[in-house]
Design a protein around this ligand. Structure first.
Ligand code: ATP
Length: 285
């Protein structure tokens, strides 16, 4: 585990174009009353293909804003963003990434399989190919027996797995996830984390993952980006080395290396020794 300065927010291993390259990005929201909100200032971050990076920080520090800028759901006020060497706009047009948010956002009138196939249908992929791909994804997320069920016949965790399968439909090299497990109970959440580690290892996708949970960030990530509010900046980038995905089972949550990384992120968040009052909006569990 090591801490990098914000000027060196480079990935651990870098081959080919970066999955995400954020350079000098700022975002100011204009308010009607004239008091502008600087949500992000001077953010530099490079994420390698296949790398898992979590964004953590107090409520309002700009995590979701940064994710939305990468997804081209909004535009930066200053600086630039590239996804696999393309502008954020072009990457969105080319479907270079998949998105999963806190609410699974499934269409209730479509079956599980039809929900997963939706992005493929929108891109005019033929029926046979769609069927083969959705079968593959159903197996990947462990829902092969639920293909013909409807979302309201599934638990919250299963619905989230459908959403993840849908985000993977077009084999993106990048997943953008905003608190995808935030609404799940603790046990389901830990199971989903283990599955996500496995899925990422199998697909090789890079992930930008917004979370309020320090243990979740540590368990999943190669690097944890700690942000500070007003204006939102990167305070620290903490590299976590918990070994290969295959070894990241439930036992890891009780390992010394895991606790050490959790403490390092906590200390960075508080900007001082752990034991200080918790940063608002950050889950210490
Ligand atoms: N569309 C918007 N218009 C005006 N201000 C906005 C808008 N979106 C975000 N903000 C402001 O930008 C700042 C960062 O918000 P953002 O949602 O990115 O924070 P966050 O770190 O994701 O917060 P949380 O952890 O509570 O979800 C906040 O002060 C927020 O009020």
């Amino acid at each position: 585990m090591s801490t990098e300065s914000s000027a060196q927010n480079q990935p651990i291993a870098s081959t080919g174009p970066a999955a995400v390259s954020v350079t000098g990005v700022g975002k100011v929201f204009a308010s009607r009353k004239g008091a502008d909100v600087t949500a992000l200032e001077a953010v530099d971050l490079t994420i390698a293909p296949g790398e898992f990076v979590s964004l953590i920080g107090p409520s309002g520090c700009g995590k979701s804003t940064l994710l939305r800028l990468i997804a081209d759901l909004d535009t930066p006020t200053s600086g630039s963003i590239e996804v696999f060497g393309k502008t954020a706009r072009q990457a969105r047009i080319d479907q270079a990434y998949g998105i999963a948010f806190q609410q699974a956002g499934l269409l209730p009138w479509r079956t599980v399989r039809a929900n997963i196939e939706l992005p493929l249908e929108l891109h005019k992929v033929g029926k046979a190919e769609r069927g083969a791909r959705s079968s593959e994804l159903l197996s990947l997320v462990g829902l092969a027996d639920f293909a013909d069920k409807y979302p309201d016949q599934l638990s919250g965790g299963m619905q989230q797995r459908v959403a993840i399968a849908r985000s993977l439909a077009e084999s993106p090299g990048l997943l953008l996830m905003d608190e995808p497990f935030g609404a799940l109970d603790e046990m389901t959440r830990e199971r989903m984390q283990t599955e996500l580690v496995r899925i990422c290892a199998e697909t090789g996708a890079a992930v930008v993952f917004v979370t309020h949970s320090i243990p979740e960030a540590v368990f999943l990530s190669n690097r944890v980006v700690v942000m500070s509010p007003r204006p939102g900046r990167i305070r620290d980038v903490i590299a976590v080395d918990l070994g290969r995905a295959e070894g990241r089972g439930e036992g890891l949550r009780e390992a010394d290396s895991f606790f050490e990384a959790v403490v390092a992120v906590r200390e960075s968040l508080h900007g001082e020794a752990a034991g200080a009052p918790a940063a608002r909006g950050v889950d210490q569990r």
